[in-house]
Design a protein around this ligand. Structure first.
Ligand SMILES: CC(C)(COP(=O)(O)OP(=O)(O)OC[C@H]1O[C@@H](n2cnc3c(N)ncnc32)[C@H](O)[C@@H]1OP(=O)(O)O)[C@@H](O)C(=O)NCCC(=O)NCCS
Length: 360
């Protein structure tokens, strides 16, 4: 069987003449997810694949497909390489998916060779990829990350990782919140927050980022990049400025999503001391929202601001984007504080996500 690898042209968009590559790749990803973990909830649509894979806030991406020689114009695999350009210059972030009808024919290996070529061209020495996995049953073989967190060992990516010398560095927990959350629960959490957080105000906003928040958000993003548990992953502090904050918003709009942003402000100084941002589908779509960051500066811990941020964003979504039926969030397995807050609001643990790393 013959296959050909084609790079997606940089100027391609889902609506351009080459747009079929994004649309078919979205189908390949959904099929690969269903075959490897049993559901395709974390699949991306064509607009999301395009927006996330091109000019990202801190870098840029390259994307390629593999076409089936026996069925001209049919995409059977998709891969991308995201290259940070403002910081983390030793790293490349990779993703690849092969349609299950074409597994074990060397296509994953071929995609990796293409990705390695780009990483080497840009002198990257650490490769990182994140893979959705499945929770192991009690009596099932499982793999555990050095800092904790396990996944079922029959994951195809684990077989591939062993063959190609990738290490398991971290297992994240994906959790899911079904909306609407019971009003009685929200009211009791709000009372708890109010008692602990006098001296702060929590403000939420859906839509373009308020201009007087932008500089404060850039600072908070820099703190976020070093404050979350990163296990053995080779992450170095990120560099954020106003332009990067605004370009992230632009990317979210290109994904046909809207940003839900919540900040915690210290009343005495007027400084932003915490934030939480989510991207939710802009129209009814398939009703999904995705939590991105949540951070409270260490000096301001202990005032239940983490819970206050999450509570405010949940209420903003229920009030302003009522078509959203569920929110997903990923947290390191060892991030007990964040997992406890999510649990209090009603998040249920869903599948693990594995971070694999390979040093060249
Ligand atoms: C992981 C994935 C990309 C592998 O694609 P593939 O085209 O089947 O991979 P290859 O044929 O190049 O496999 C190369 C080697 O990896 C190992 N391997 C791949 N899949 C495996 C599996 N299910 N079980 C055990 N080993 C496996 C084998 O050693 C294989 O060589 P062999 O077939 O000669 O024994 C594919 O299963 C997939 O799309 N999974 C879902 C998405 C995903 O997890 N992506 C991972 C990176 S983001």
């Amino acid at each position: 069987m013959t296959y050909s690898l084609v790079e997606i042209p940089r100027e391609a968009t889902p609506d351009s003449a080459d747009g079929w590559m994004f649309h078919q790749s979205a189908g390949v990803i959904a099929a690969a997810l269903r075959a490897s973990i049993g559901d395709d909830e974390s699949a991306l649509n064509a607009a999301e694949l395009w927006a996330l894979g091109r000019e990202t806030p801190g870098g840029f991406g390259c994307q390629a497909v593999i076409l089936d020689g026996a069925a001209p114009g049919r995409v059977v695999a998709f891969a991308e390489v995201d290259l940070p350009m403002k910081d983390n210059l030793i790293s490349a972030h990779l993703h690849s998916w092969v349609h299950p009808d074409h597994w074990r024919r060397g296509l994953g290996t071929r995609l990796e060779a293409w990705q390695l070529g780009i990483a080497e061209e840009f002198q990257r020495t650490t490769l990182i990829t994140w893979v959705a996995a499945r929770e192991p049953h009690d009596d099932e073989a499982s793999i555990t990350a050095p800092e904790g967190g396990s996944f079922a060992a029959d994951l195809p990516a684990w077989g591939f990782a062993q063959k190609h010398c990738w290490m398991v560095e971290q297992v994240e927990r994906t959790s899911r919140l079904d909306l609407p959350v019971d009003q009685g629960l929200l009211d009791s959490l709000r009372a708890k927050v109010a008692r602990a957080s006098s001296g702060y105000e929590v403000l939420s906003h859906v839509g373009p980022i308020p201009s007087d928040w932008v500089d404060g958000l850039a600072e908070l993003h820099e703190v976020m990049s070093v404050d979350i548990p990163t296990a053995g992953l080779d992450f170095t502090p990120e560099k954020w400025d106003a332009e990067r904050v605004l370009s992230e918003y632009e990317m979210i709009r290109n994904m046909n999503r809207e940003m839900v942003l919540v900040v915690a402000r210290e009343i005495s100084s007027g400084r932003l001391v915490g934030f939480s941002d989510l991207a939710v589908q802009r129209d009814s779509g398939d009703g999904k929202g995705f939590q991105w960051n949540t951070l409270v500066r260490r000096q301001h811990n202990g005032h239940r601001l983490g819970l206050a941020l999450k509570l405010a964003s949940t209420e903003a979504i229920m009030a302003e984007t009522p078509w959203i039926t569920r929110i997903y969030t990923d947290n390191a397995s060892e991030n007990g504080a964040m997992l406890a807050i999510n649990h209090a609001i009603g998040y249920q643990l869903a599948n693990p996500t594995v971070a694999f790393q390979k040093r060249l």
